[in-house]
Design a protein around this ligand. Structure first.
Ligand code: AMP
Length: 422
């Protein structure tokens, strides 16, 4: 039986990989310009890290993790997201002992057992950043501006930035109680999940995907109107800085991060027009997380972007991306006896940075020329009997069809000249 890739996973074939390389390059360049440096974290971690770092009541941990026991009986999990690993690495290597803030980015695959559909996979890729060690609202703004800058550099100007503040444990604690009291009389109109979670984690009702839950709790007290002075000030500064830096956003009362260690700024970016899964990224501040994972009381903020959805957006709405994968030069040998000479010329050109290719399937001379044309070579170097006897090479411009003799000593220069005027 034919073995296929597991459901929810897919191959990135060479004809697609250049698009991936392109968006990765933009992400990395932008992050580096903003002063973030790359961290590479393991693909799997101890299950407990995600239970603590993402939260046991979240969908990710309760339903979607790829968890397995290794041969020594340890419970391991394929990473469903990157923040928990970054926090673990920060603590494990005592990185917080140096200069603050610490600014990291990561790129790589994540794994969640969810129902696959367009824009939702079981193995998907995220680009994310984390900034540890500052509670300054300007760094919240920096992280958001960085995310928007990536979109702009990809030609994606039509985005919707949803913004909210989830307060601090103090003001949120009081708010939680108010919200539970508001929801209580309407609890039987909630979906099954919300009926059980509204007492433990009432904020989750606010971001429930079920419209009926939103209708049931209409007129609920908002988090925004219950923020303490400090949290209000923080949120106002973030918004002001975004406005000053020409980043448009909309305040969204329903945007919450349902875990205790999330604090203040929460945000999500949507690109309308890419289908049902329009969220391309989300993030927020998590001042309690480092401590929750066994580290010092160190604030943090970050985001993660879904690369599949970004590619979808780039294909539909972004700048057209020009691929440049064709070889510059093809070496055609008219007789197998000249193959070793062809091989040497190939290496000479490649060392000079010229994309060069030759035949490896013993095609006849004419078929080699056809092949060169098909793969899009811009020039061909011919090595035939006359060339070998008289010690020159024939260089053919495949667009103008002109060809001329060149001195092998001067080959690189001649090739460059031909490619330039082509
Ligand atoms: P989250 O870590 O859930 O906040 O997700 C951050 C971003 O990752 C989302 O906005 C999506 O763009 C992307 N994402 C999350 N889950 C998936 C998935 N199963 N497949 C594809 N992209 C995803």
């Amino acid at each position: 039986m034919l073995i296929k890739a597991p459901r929810g996973t897919y191959d990135i074939l060479p004809e697609d990989s250049s698009r991936w390389q392109y968006i990765e390059k933009i992400m990395k360049e932008t992050a580096e310009i903003f002063g973030y440096r790359e961290i590479r974290i393991p693909i799997f971690e101890h299950t407990e890290l995600f239970e603590r770092g993402v939260g046991e009541t979240t969908d990710i941990v309760s339903k979607e993790m790829y968890t397995f026991s290794d041969k020594a009986g340890r419970s391991l999990t394929l990473r469903p997201e990157g923040t928990a690993s970054c926090v673990r690495a920060l603590i494990e290597h005592s990185q917080y002992g140096g200069l603050l803030p610490i600014k990291w980015y990561y790129v790589g695959p994540m794994f969640r057992y969810d129902r696959p559909q367009t824009g939702r996979y079981r193995q998907f890729h995220q680009f994310g950043v984390e900034a540890f060690g500052s509670n300054n609202p300007y760094i919240d703004a920096e992280v958001i501006i960085l995310l928007i800058e990536v979109l702009l550099r990809l030609g994606l100007e039509e985005y919707e930035l949803h913004l909210n503040s989830v307060g601090c444990p103090e003001c949120r604690g009081e708010y939680r109680q108010k919200l539970i009291e508001h929801i209580e009389p309407y609890q039987d109109r909630l979906c099954k999940d919300c009926q059980t979670r509204y007492t433990q984690n009432p904020l989750r009702v606010l971001d429930c995907k079920n419209e009926a839950c939103h209708q049931a709790i209409e007129g609920y007290p908002t988090l925004f109107s219950n923020l303490c002075d400090k949290c209000q000030e923080h949120y106002a500064k973030v918004k002001e800085t975004l406005i000053e830096n020409e980043v448009s956003f909309m305040h969204d009362d329903n945007l919450v991060r349902g875990l205790d260690y999330y604090t203040n700024t929460a945000f999500e970016i949507h690109i309308p027009g890419i289908g049902a899964q329009s969220a391309v990224g989300g993030g927020g501040r998590y001042n309690g997380l480092v401590e929750e994972c066994g580290g010092p009381d160190l604030p943090g903020i970050g985001f993660a972007m879904g690369m599949e959805r970004l590619l979808l957006a780039v294909d539909k709405l972004g700048e057209k991306f020009a691929e440049d994968k064709e070889p510059d030069v093809f070496i055609a040998v008219m007789d197998p006896a000249y193959e070793s000479q062809g091989m040497k010329i190939l290496q000479l050109l490649r060392k000079a940075g010229i994309k060069a290719e030759k035949d490896y399937n013993q095609r006849k001379a004419k078929a080699q020329m056809k092949y060169a044309d098909k793969i899009g070579a811009r020039a061909v170097i011919l090595i035939g009997e006359e060339e070998v006897e008289k010690g020159f090479l024939t260089l053919r411009n495949m667009r103008s069809k002109e060809q001329f003799q060149v001195d092998p000593q001067d080959l690189v220069r001649s090739v460059c000249k031909t490619l330039l005027i082509d």
